[in-house]
Design a protein around this ligand. Structure first.
Ligand code: 5CA
Ligand code: ZN
Length: 413
Protein backbone atom coordinates (compact mmCIF):
# COMPACT_ATOMS: atom_id res chain seq x y z
CA UNK A 1 0.00 0.00 0.00
CA UNK A 2 1.24 3.48 -0.67
CA UNK A 3 2.02 5.62 2.37
CA UNK A 4 1.91 9.41 2.20
CA UNK A 5 4.56 11.78 0.96
CA UNK A 6 7.45 12.54 3.16
CA UNK A 7 7.96 15.99 4.64
CA UNK A 8 11.33 17.55 4.06
CA UNK A 9 13.39 16.55 7.10
CA UNK A 10 15.81 19.22 8.23
CA UNK A 11 19.25 17.89 9.08
CA UNK A 12 21.29 18.64 12.18
CA UNK A 13 24.77 17.33 12.89
CA UNK A 14 23.94 13.95 14.46
CA UNK A 15 23.96 13.55 18.22
CA UNK A 16 24.54 9.83 18.77
CA UNK A 17 22.84 9.57 22.16
CA UNK A 18 19.94 7.08 22.09
CA UNK A 19 16.55 8.02 23.53
CA UNK A 20 14.96 6.46 26.59
CA UNK A 21 11.24 5.77 26.56
CA UNK A 22 8.83 4.06 28.91
CA UNK A 23 8.47 0.35 28.21
CA UNK A 24 5.08 -0.89 29.39
CA UNK A 25 6.41 -4.46 29.66
CA UNK A 26 9.28 -3.58 32.01
CA UNK A 27 7.33 -0.82 33.70
CA UNK A 28 10.29 1.56 33.47
CA UNK A 29 12.29 3.77 31.17
CA UNK A 30 14.59 1.92 28.83
CA UNK A 31 17.02 2.91 26.10
CA UNK A 32 15.65 1.98 22.69
CA UNK A 33 17.39 1.47 19.38
CA UNK A 34 20.19 -0.75 18.13
CA UNK A 35 23.51 -0.72 19.96
CA UNK A 36 25.37 -0.84 16.63
CA UNK A 37 24.67 1.27 13.57
CA UNK A 38 22.01 -1.00 12.07
CA UNK A 39 18.56 0.45 11.48
CA UNK A 40 16.19 1.06 14.38
CA UNK A 41 13.04 -1.00 13.82
CA UNK A 42 9.64 0.42 14.69
CA UNK A 43 6.13 -0.97 14.29
CA UNK A 44 3.16 1.24 15.10
CA UNK A 45 -0.38 -0.08 14.95
CA UNK A 46 -2.23 1.80 12.26
CA UNK A 47 -5.84 2.84 11.87
CA UNK A 48 -8.94 0.84 11.26
CA UNK A 49 -10.07 3.07 8.44
CA UNK A 50 -13.33 4.67 9.45
CA UNK A 51 -13.85 7.97 11.32
CA UNK A 52 -10.23 8.90 10.66
CA UNK A 53 -8.31 10.96 11.70
CA UNK A 54 -9.36 12.15 15.12
CA UNK A 55 -7.02 13.92 17.51
CA UNK A 56 -6.48 10.69 19.46
CA UNK A 57 -5.11 8.95 16.38
CA UNK A 58 -3.05 12.00 15.49
CA UNK A 59 -1.65 12.13 19.02
CA UNK A 60 -0.41 8.55 18.77
CA UNK A 61 1.23 8.98 15.36
CA UNK A 62 2.85 12.28 16.33
CA UNK A 63 4.22 10.62 19.50
CA UNK A 64 5.95 7.91 17.47
CA UNK A 65 7.03 10.49 14.93
CA UNK A 66 9.06 12.03 17.75
CA UNK A 67 10.75 8.71 18.38
CA UNK A 68 11.44 8.35 14.66
CA UNK A 69 12.93 11.86 14.58
CA UNK A 70 15.11 11.32 17.65
CA UNK A 71 16.51 8.11 16.21
CA UNK A 72 17.26 9.94 12.97
CA UNK A 73 18.86 12.71 14.99
CA UNK A 74 21.07 10.01 16.52
CA UNK A 75 22.25 9.23 12.98
CA UNK A 76 20.27 6.01 12.69
CA UNK A 77 18.20 4.77 9.82
CA UNK A 78 14.69 3.85 10.85
CA UNK A 79 12.82 0.86 9.43
CA UNK A 80 9.24 1.80 10.17
CA UNK A 81 6.20 -0.38 9.47
CA UNK A 82 2.59 0.59 10.04
CA UNK A 83 -0.50 -1.43 9.19
CA UNK A 84 -3.99 -0.53 8.07
CA UNK A 85 -6.70 -2.80 9.47
CA UNK A 86 -8.63 -2.68 6.24
CA UNK A 87 -10.80 -5.67 7.02
CA UNK A 88 -12.21 -6.21 10.52
CA UNK A 89 -15.56 -6.36 12.33
CA UNK A 90 -15.93 -2.66 13.21
CA UNK A 91 -15.12 -1.56 9.66
CA UNK A 92 -17.59 -4.08 8.19
CA UNK A 93 -20.25 -3.04 10.71
CA UNK A 94 -19.82 0.65 9.83
CA UNK A 95 -19.95 -0.11 6.10
CA UNK A 96 -23.10 -2.15 6.59
CA UNK A 97 -24.74 0.52 8.77
CA UNK A 98 -24.06 3.28 6.27
CA UNK A 99 -24.71 1.26 3.14
CA UNK A 100 -21.21 1.79 1.76
CA UNK A 101 -18.99 -0.90 0.28
CA UNK A 102 -16.41 -1.78 2.97
CA UNK A 103 -13.56 -1.50 0.46
CA UNK A 104 -14.66 1.98 -0.56
CA UNK A 105 -15.00 3.09 3.05
CA UNK A 106 -11.52 1.78 3.85
CA UNK A 107 -9.93 3.33 0.76
CA UNK A 108 -11.53 6.71 1.30
CA UNK A 109 -10.70 6.87 5.02
CA UNK A 110 -7.14 5.68 4.47
CA UNK A 111 -6.72 8.45 1.93
CA UNK A 112 -8.08 11.01 4.37
CA UNK A 113 -5.62 9.72 6.98
CA UNK A 114 -2.76 10.12 4.51
CA UNK A 115 -3.62 13.75 3.85
CA UNK A 116 -3.92 14.44 7.58
CA UNK A 117 -0.55 12.82 8.32
CA UNK A 118 1.02 14.79 5.51
CA UNK A 119 -0.45 18.05 6.82
CA UNK A 120 0.89 17.25 10.31
CA UNK A 121 4.32 16.53 8.83
CA UNK A 122 4.45 12.99 10.17
CA UNK A 123 7.27 11.03 8.53
CA UNK A 124 5.62 8.13 6.66
CA UNK A 125 6.46 4.50 7.36
CA UNK A 126 8.72 2.83 4.82
CA UNK A 127 6.24 -0.04 4.77
CA UNK A 128 2.59 0.89 4.90
CA UNK A 129 0.78 -2.40 4.83
CA UNK A 130 -2.87 -3.36 4.59
CA UNK A 131 -4.40 -6.41 6.27
CA UNK A 132 -6.06 -7.55 3.05
CA UNK A 133 -2.82 -7.54 1.07
CA UNK A 134 -1.16 -9.41 3.98
CA UNK A 135 -3.54 -12.36 4.10
CA UNK A 136 -0.90 -14.75 2.68
CA UNK A 137 1.46 -13.68 5.51
CA UNK A 138 -1.25 -14.36 8.09
CA UNK A 139 -1.96 -17.82 6.69
CA UNK A 140 1.76 -18.59 6.65
CA UNK A 141 2.12 -17.56 10.29
CA UNK A 142 -0.88 -19.63 11.41
CA UNK A 143 0.61 -22.63 9.64
CA UNK A 144 3.92 -21.97 11.31
CA UNK A 145 2.12 -22.01 14.66
CA UNK A 146 0.38 -25.34 14.00
CA UNK A 147 3.21 -27.60 15.25
CA UNK A 148 3.17 -25.81 18.64
CA UNK A 149 -0.28 -27.30 19.30
CA UNK A 150 -1.47 -23.84 20.32
CA UNK A 151 -3.74 -23.37 17.31
CA UNK A 152 -7.06 -25.20 17.27
CA UNK A 153 -10.58 -25.08 15.92
CA UNK A 154 -13.30 -23.99 18.28
CA UNK A 155 -15.85 -26.61 19.18
CA UNK A 156 -18.68 -25.17 17.10
CA UNK A 157 -20.03 -27.37 14.32
CA UNK A 158 -21.47 -24.43 12.41
CA UNK A 159 -18.43 -22.13 12.53
CA UNK A 160 -15.31 -24.01 13.67
CA UNK A 161 -13.11 -20.88 13.61
CA UNK A 162 -9.42 -21.10 14.38
CA UNK A 163 -8.08 -19.88 17.74
CA UNK A 164 -4.73 -19.42 19.42
CA UNK A 165 -4.15 -20.52 23.04
CA UNK A 166 -2.70 -17.26 24.31
CA UNK A 167 -2.47 -18.07 27.96
CA UNK A 168 -0.54 -21.27 27.27
CA UNK A 169 2.11 -19.35 25.37
CA UNK A 170 5.37 -18.69 27.20
CA UNK A 171 5.56 -15.28 28.89
CA UNK A 172 1.89 -14.47 28.39
CA UNK A 173 1.37 -11.33 30.48
CA UNK A 174 4.82 -9.90 29.71
CA UNK A 175 3.33 -6.73 28.20
CA UNK A 176 0.33 -5.87 30.38
CA UNK A 177 0.95 -7.83 33.61
CA UNK A 178 -2.80 -7.99 34.16
CA UNK A 179 -4.31 -10.53 36.51
CA UNK A 180 -6.79 -12.94 34.97
CA UNK A 181 -9.93 -11.18 36.17
CA UNK A 182 -8.81 -7.84 34.75
CA UNK A 183 -7.64 -9.49 31.52
CA UNK A 184 -11.00 -11.18 31.05
CA UNK A 185 -12.92 -7.98 31.64
CA UNK A 186 -10.81 -5.93 29.23
CA UNK A 187 -10.76 -8.67 26.61
CA UNK A 188 -14.54 -8.53 26.46
CA UNK A 189 -14.54 -4.74 26.12
CA UNK A 190 -11.91 -4.59 23.38
CA UNK A 191 -13.02 -6.85 20.62
CA UNK A 192 -12.46 -10.21 22.36
CA UNK A 193 -14.99 -13.00 22.92
CA UNK A 194 -14.29 -14.46 26.39
CA UNK A 195 -17.77 -15.96 26.56
CA UNK A 196 -17.77 -17.85 23.31
CA UNK A 197 -18.49 -21.52 24.02
CA UNK A 198 -16.17 -24.19 22.68
CA UNK A 199 -12.84 -22.41 23.31
CA UNK A 200 -10.16 -24.15 25.34
CA UNK A 201 -9.71 -21.04 27.42
CA UNK A 202 -11.74 -17.83 27.65
CA UNK A 203 -8.68 -15.70 26.78
CA UNK A 204 -7.86 -17.55 23.57
CA UNK A 205 -7.99 -15.27 20.55
CA UNK A 206 -9.36 -15.71 17.07
CA UNK A 207 -6.78 -16.11 14.33
CA UNK A 208 -8.91 -17.17 11.35
CA UNK A 209 -12.62 -16.55 11.10
CA UNK A 210 -14.38 -18.86 8.71
CA UNK A 211 -16.65 -17.30 6.11
CA UNK A 212 -20.12 -16.13 7.09
CA UNK A 213 -22.89 -15.20 4.71
CA UNK A 214 -22.39 -11.63 3.46
CA UNK A 215 -18.88 -11.21 4.88
CA UNK A 216 -15.70 -10.92 2.80
CA UNK A 217 -13.52 -14.02 2.85
CA UNK A 218 -10.46 -15.49 1.19
CA UNK A 219 -9.47 -19.07 0.38
CA UNK A 220 -6.91 -20.75 2.60
CA UNK A 221 -5.88 -24.22 3.75
CA UNK A 222 -7.70 -23.38 6.99
CA UNK A 223 -10.92 -22.91 5.05
CA UNK A 224 -12.44 -19.89 3.35
CA UNK A 225 -12.25 -17.02 5.83
CA UNK A 226 -10.51 -13.88 7.07
CA UNK A 227 -7.80 -13.01 9.61
CA UNK A 228 -8.30 -12.22 13.26
CA UNK A 229 -7.03 -8.85 14.43
CA UNK A 230 -3.94 -9.64 16.55
CA UNK A 231 -2.40 -12.12 14.12
CA UNK A 232 -2.62 -9.45 11.41
CA UNK A 233 -0.12 -7.23 13.22
CA UNK A 234 2.04 -10.16 14.32
CA UNK A 235 2.36 -11.40 10.74
CA UNK A 236 2.99 -7.97 9.24
CA UNK A 237 5.57 -6.96 11.83
CA UNK A 238 7.50 -10.25 11.69
CA UNK A 239 7.53 -10.24 7.89
CA UNK A 240 8.58 -6.62 7.47
CA UNK A 241 10.80 -6.03 10.52
CA UNK A 242 11.90 -9.47 11.67
CA UNK A 243 12.11 -10.88 15.18
CA UNK A 244 12.76 -8.85 18.32
CA UNK A 245 12.44 -5.47 16.65
CA UNK A 246 13.05 -2.38 18.75
CA UNK A 247 9.67 -0.85 19.53
CA UNK A 248 6.05 -1.95 19.19
CA UNK A 249 3.91 1.16 19.54
CA UNK A 250 0.33 2.28 19.71
CA UNK A 251 -2.14 3.94 22.05
CA UNK A 252 -2.54 2.58 25.58
CA UNK A 253 -5.88 1.02 24.61
CA UNK A 254 -3.81 -1.56 22.71
CA UNK A 255 -1.72 -2.81 25.66
CA UNK A 256 -4.27 -5.54 26.25
CA UNK A 257 -5.38 -7.61 24.50
CA UNK A 258 -3.82 -6.49 21.22
CA UNK A 259 -0.13 -6.15 22.04
CA UNK A 260 -0.19 -8.92 24.63
CA UNK A 261 -1.70 -11.37 22.20
CA UNK A 262 0.45 -10.34 19.24
CA UNK A 263 3.49 -10.80 21.47
CA UNK A 264 2.26 -14.25 22.58
CA UNK A 265 1.73 -15.35 18.97
CA UNK A 266 5.17 -14.15 17.92
CA UNK A 267 6.89 -15.73 20.91
CA UNK A 268 5.20 -19.06 20.16
CA UNK A 269 6.15 -18.89 16.47
CA UNK A 270 9.75 -17.73 16.81
CA UNK A 271 10.84 -18.54 20.37
CA UNK A 272 11.99 -14.95 20.65
CA UNK A 273 10.39 -11.77 21.96
CA UNK A 274 8.16 -9.95 19.49
CA UNK A 275 9.56 -6.52 20.33
CA UNK A 276 12.27 -5.30 22.68
CA UNK A 277 10.00 -2.62 24.12
CA UNK A 278 6.28 -1.86 24.10
CA UNK A 279 5.58 1.83 24.11
CA UNK A 280 2.17 3.41 24.52
CA UNK A 281 0.72 6.84 23.98
CA UNK A 282 -1.95 8.16 26.34
CA UNK A 283 -5.61 8.51 25.46
CA UNK A 284 -7.05 11.78 24.26
CA UNK A 285 -10.51 12.56 25.55
CA UNK A 286 -13.20 15.03 24.58
CA UNK A 287 -16.24 16.15 26.51
CA UNK A 288 -15.54 13.88 29.45
CA UNK A 289 -14.80 10.62 27.63
CA UNK A 290 -12.11 8.89 25.60
CA UNK A 291 -12.35 10.16 22.02
CA UNK A 292 -13.56 7.14 20.14
CA UNK A 293 -15.32 6.18 16.99
CA UNK A 294 -17.81 4.10 18.90
CA UNK A 295 -18.85 7.08 21.06
CA UNK A 296 -18.75 9.57 18.20
CA UNK A 297 -17.15 12.35 20.32
CA UNK A 298 -14.58 13.12 17.69
CA UNK A 299 -12.49 16.13 16.84
CA UNK A 300 -11.25 15.37 13.33
CA UNK A 301 -7.98 16.77 12.05
CA UNK A 302 -9.60 17.25 8.64
CA UNK A 303 -12.45 19.25 10.17
CA UNK A 304 -10.05 21.57 12.01
CA UNK A 305 -8.09 22.00 8.79
CA UNK A 306 -11.27 22.76 6.85
CA UNK A 307 -12.06 25.42 9.45
CA UNK A 308 -8.75 27.04 8.57
CA UNK A 309 -6.68 25.87 11.53
CA UNK A 310 -2.98 25.72 10.68
CA UNK A 311 -1.74 22.11 10.78
CA UNK A 312 1.34 23.26 12.70
CA UNK A 313 -0.94 24.65 15.42
CA UNK A 314 -2.65 21.23 15.61
CA UNK A 315 0.75 19.60 15.93
CA UNK A 316 1.64 22.02 18.72
CA UNK A 317 -1.61 21.16 20.53
CA UNK A 318 -0.49 17.53 20.59
CA UNK A 319 3.13 18.25 21.50
CA UNK A 320 2.03 20.36 24.47
CA UNK A 321 0.96 17.13 26.22
CA UNK A 322 3.46 14.46 27.18
CA UNK A 323 2.85 11.45 24.97
CA UNK A 324 2.11 9.16 27.89
CA UNK A 325 -0.44 11.36 29.61
CA UNK A 326 -4.17 11.05 29.14
CA UNK A 327 -5.70 14.44 28.45
CA UNK A 328 -8.85 16.07 27.30
CA UNK A 329 -8.94 18.36 24.31
CA UNK A 330 -10.58 21.76 24.70
CA UNK A 331 -10.67 24.85 22.49
CA UNK A 332 -8.23 26.47 24.90
CA UNK A 333 -5.55 23.97 23.73
CA UNK A 334 -5.91 25.26 20.22
CA UNK A 335 -5.90 28.91 21.27
CA UNK A 336 -2.66 28.38 23.25
CA UNK A 337 -1.00 26.51 20.38
CA UNK A 338 -2.00 29.18 17.86
CA UNK A 339 -0.55 31.89 20.10
CA UNK A 340 2.63 29.90 20.61
CA UNK A 341 3.10 29.37 16.88
CA UNK A 342 2.63 33.09 16.23
CA UNK A 343 5.11 34.04 18.97
CA UNK A 344 7.72 31.60 17.65
CA UNK A 345 7.29 32.83 14.10
CA UNK A 346 7.48 36.47 15.14
CA UNK A 347 10.97 35.90 16.54
CA UNK A 348 12.18 33.53 13.84
CA UNK A 349 11.23 36.07 11.18
CA UNK A 350 13.91 38.35 12.62
CA UNK A 351 17.42 38.03 11.20
CA UNK A 352 19.06 37.80 14.62
CA UNK A 353 18.23 36.71 18.15
CA UNK A 354 19.85 35.51 21.36
CA UNK A 355 22.37 32.65 21.11
CA UNK A 356 20.59 29.31 20.81
CA UNK A 357 23.13 26.52 21.32
CA UNK A 358 21.81 25.75 24.79
CA UNK A 359 18.24 25.81 23.51
CA UNK A 360 18.98 23.30 20.75
CA UNK A 361 20.81 21.08 23.22
CA UNK A 362 17.89 21.29 25.64
CA UNK A 363 15.38 20.27 22.95
CA UNK A 364 17.51 17.23 22.20
CA UNK A 365 17.87 16.37 25.88
CA UNK A 366 14.14 16.70 26.51
CA UNK A 367 13.18 14.40 23.64
CA UNK A 368 15.79 11.81 24.56
CA UNK A 369 14.29 11.77 28.03
CA UNK A 370 11.06 9.87 27.32
CA UNK A 371 10.06 12.10 24.39
CA UNK A 372 9.35 15.04 26.66
CA UNK A 373 7.90 17.38 24.04
CA UNK A 374 6.28 19.74 26.59
CA UNK A 375 9.74 20.37 28.09
CA UNK A 376 11.13 20.97 24.59
CA UNK A 377 8.37 23.48 23.82
CA UNK A 378 9.01 25.26 27.12
CA UNK A 379 12.68 25.59 26.21
CA UNK A 380 11.81 27.21 22.91
CA UNK A 381 9.29 29.47 24.67
CA UNK A 382 12.02 30.76 26.98
CA UNK A 383 14.38 31.53 24.10
CA UNK A 384 11.56 33.16 22.10
CA UNK A 385 10.41 35.32 25.02
CA UNK A 386 13.95 36.40 25.88
CA UNK A 387 14.81 37.14 22.25
CA UNK A 388 11.60 39.12 21.83
CA UNK A 389 12.32 41.14 24.96
CA UNK A 390 16.05 41.68 24.57
CA UNK A 391 16.65 41.34 20.86
CA UNK A 392 20.07 39.78 20.38
CA UNK A 393 22.56 39.88 17.57
CA UNK A 394 23.34 36.22 16.94
CA UNK A 395 22.64 35.77 13.23
CA UNK A 396 23.09 31.97 13.38
CA UNK A 397 20.65 31.48 16.22
CA UNK A 398 17.40 31.82 14.29
CA UNK A 399 18.44 29.28 11.67
CA UNK A 400 19.62 26.88 14.37
CA UNK A 401 16.32 27.00 16.24
CA UNK A 402 14.21 26.78 13.07
CA UNK A 403 16.20 23.73 11.97
CA UNK A 404 16.01 22.02 15.37
CA UNK A 405 12.29 22.68 15.76
CA UNK A 406 11.73 21.31 12.27
CA UNK A 407 14.01 18.25 12.54
CA UNK A 408 13.14 17.22 16.09
CA UNK A 409 9.61 18.46 16.71
CA UNK A 410 8.40 18.34 13.11
CA UNK A 411 7.10 21.90 13.33
CA UNK A 412 7.75 24.08 10.31
CA UNK A 413 8.12 27.72 11.27
N1 5CA B 1 -6.20 -0.88 13.67
C1 5CA B 1 -6.06 -1.00 15.08
C2 5CA B 1 -4.62 -1.20 15.49
S1 5CA B 1 -3.90 -2.56 14.69
C3 5CA B 1 -6.62 0.23 15.81
O1 5CA B 1 -6.58 0.25 17.02
N2 5CA B 1 -7.12 1.18 15.03
S2 5CA B 1 -7.79 2.53 15.58
O2 5CA B 1 -8.15 3.27 14.41
O3 5CA B 1 -8.80 2.25 16.53
O4 5CA B 1 -6.67 3.31 16.32
C4 5CA B 1 -5.50 3.72 15.64
C5 5CA B 1 -4.43 4.15 16.64
O5 5CA B 1 -4.89 5.29 17.37
C6 5CA B 1 -4.12 3.08 17.67
O6 5CA B 1 -2.72 3.09 17.94
C7 5CA B 1 -4.90 3.51 18.89
O7 5CA B 1 -4.27 3.08 20.09
C8 5CA B 1 -4.86 5.02 18.76
N3 5CA B 1 -6.02 5.69 19.39
C9 5CA B 1 -7.32 5.41 19.20
N4 5CA B 1 -8.10 6.24 19.94
C10 5CA B 1 -7.25 7.06 20.63
C11 5CA B 1 -7.42 8.14 21.55
N5 5CA B 1 -8.62 8.55 21.94
N6 5CA B 1 -6.31 8.74 22.04
C12 5CA B 1 -5.08 8.34 21.65
N7 5CA B 1 -4.84 7.34 20.76
C13 5CA B 1 -5.92 6.70 20.26
ZN1 ZN C 1 -2.07 -3.58 15.60
Amino acid sequence: MQAWSRPEIAALTPDPRRPRVFDTGRGELTTVGPSDDSAARLYVCGITPYDATHLGHANTYVAFDLLNRVWRDAGLEVAYTQNVTDVDDPLLERAEATGVDWRELAAEQTQLFRTDMEALRVIPPGDYVGAVESIPLVIELIERLMPTGLVYQVDDPEHPDWYFSCSESADFGEVSHLDRAAALAIFGERGGDPERPGKRDALDCLVWRLAREGEPSWPSPLGQGRPGWHIECTAIALAHLGEAFDVQGGGSDLVFPHHEMSAAEARAATGRPFARAYVHAGMVGYQGEKMSKSKGNLVLVSRLRAEGVEPMAIRLVLLAHHYRSDWEYTDADLARATERLAAWRAVTNDPAALPADDTVRAIRDALRNDLDAPAALATVDVWVAASAAIGGDDTDAVGAVVTAVDALLGVKL
